[in-house]
Design a protein around this ligand. Sequence first.
Ligand SMILES: NC(=O)c1ccc[n+]([C@@H]2O[C@H](COP(=O)([O-])OP(=O)(O)OC[C@H]3O[C@@H](n4cnc5c(N)ncnc54)[C@H](OP(=O)(O)O)[C@@H]3O)[C@@H](O)[C@H]2O)c1
Length: 300
Amino acid sequence: MIKKNDVVLITGCGGMLGEAVYSQFKDVCKVFATDIDLNESWLEHLDVTDHNEVKILTEKIKPDYILHLAALTDMEYCELNPKESYTVNAGGVENLAWYAHSNNIPFLYISTAGIFDGKKDVYNELDKPNPQSIYARSKYVGELVAKSLSKSIVLRAGWMVGGGPKKDKKFVNKVIKQIQNGCKELFVVDDKLGTPCYTYDLAKSMFYLLNEEKTGIFHGACEGSGSRYDVAEFLLEKLGLKNKIKLTKVDSFYFKKEFFAPRPYSEKLTNIKLKELNSELTRDWKQCLGEYLEKFDWKV
Ligand SMILES: NC(=O)c1ccc[n+]([C@@H]2O[C@H](COP(=O)([O-])OP(=O)(O)OC[C@H]3O[C@@H](n4cnc5c(N)ncnc54)[C@H](OP(=O)(O)O)[C@@H]3O)[C@@H](O)[C@H]2O)c1
C-alpha cells in the first residue's frame, strides 16, 4: 500500500501521460517527478540514458516506487534514429531497473499496443508480441527488462488521449490543430484500428495496481475500439463542428510520406485482467474523449 511518506520517482513526467500521473500521485505521497524537458516548475532533471545521473539521483532520494514513463514516442523519429531509440526506450529502462532490482522495490513500466503485429483483431495480455517498427521493438525490449524484475508491472497503453493543448502530441491535438489553422476538410485514415487510452484513467489504474501490490502484465486502454476516422468523427460531433468540417476517409497510403513508420492494422486492446480486478478502472473511449474535450479550452 502506498503511504504518505513513500517516495515515488517518475521518469518522463513532463509528457502527455506525466501530467495526469503527477496529479494522481502528488497529494498522496512524496512525488519526485523528472524529465529531460523541464516544462513545469515541479519537474527535476533526469536523463534516463545517463547511467551516472540515474545512480546519483536514486541513491540520493531512495525511491520506494519507480514509475517509468520516459520514452521517445515519435514513431517516425524512432524509425530514422534506431540507435537513439534503443538507448532511450530500452537502455533507459535498464538504468532505472538496476535500482529497483537492487532494492527490491516496485517498478511500473508503460508499454504500448504497438508491440503486436496487428494481424489479430483484438489483443489480450497473453497474446504474443511481434513488434514491427523501431519504436515498438525498442519498447518491447524495455518490457523484457521490466519483466525480469520480481516486483514489476508492465502496463500497456493504447492510443494516448490526454495532456491538453500544451502537451498532447498525438491524434486528437493533431486534428484540433488542423481545425485551428482553418482547415475545412480533414483527411483521416479508416484502415488503422485501435483503442484510445485516456491518460487520467491510466494514471488511476497505475495507482490502483501499485497500491494493491499487483505485478505482471496488464492492458490499460479504454473500453471499445474504432478507427482513426471514428475518433475524428466523434471529436467533430462533440465540438459541434460536424456540419462545418468535411471528413474524408482515406487509407494509410495517403500519408505514406508523413507517417512512414510501420503501424499495425489493429492495435485494439482488451483489458481482461484490469477489468477483473476493478471494472471501474476502464471506461468507454467515447465517454473519456467527451470528458477530455470538455476539460480544456481548445479554442476552436
Ligand atoms: N503517446 C502514445 O500514444 C503512447 C501509446 C502507448 C504507450 N505510450 C508510452 O507511454 C509513456 C508516456 O508517453 P507519453 O504519451 O506521455 O509521451 P510523451 O509526451 O512523449 O512523454 C514522454 C516524455 O519522456 C521524455 N523523454 C524522452 N527522452 C528522455 C530521456 N532520455 N530521459 C528522460 N525523459 C525523456 C520526453 O521528452 P521530449 O518530449 O523532450 O522527448 C517526454 O517528456 C511512454 O513510455 C510511451 O512509450 C505512449
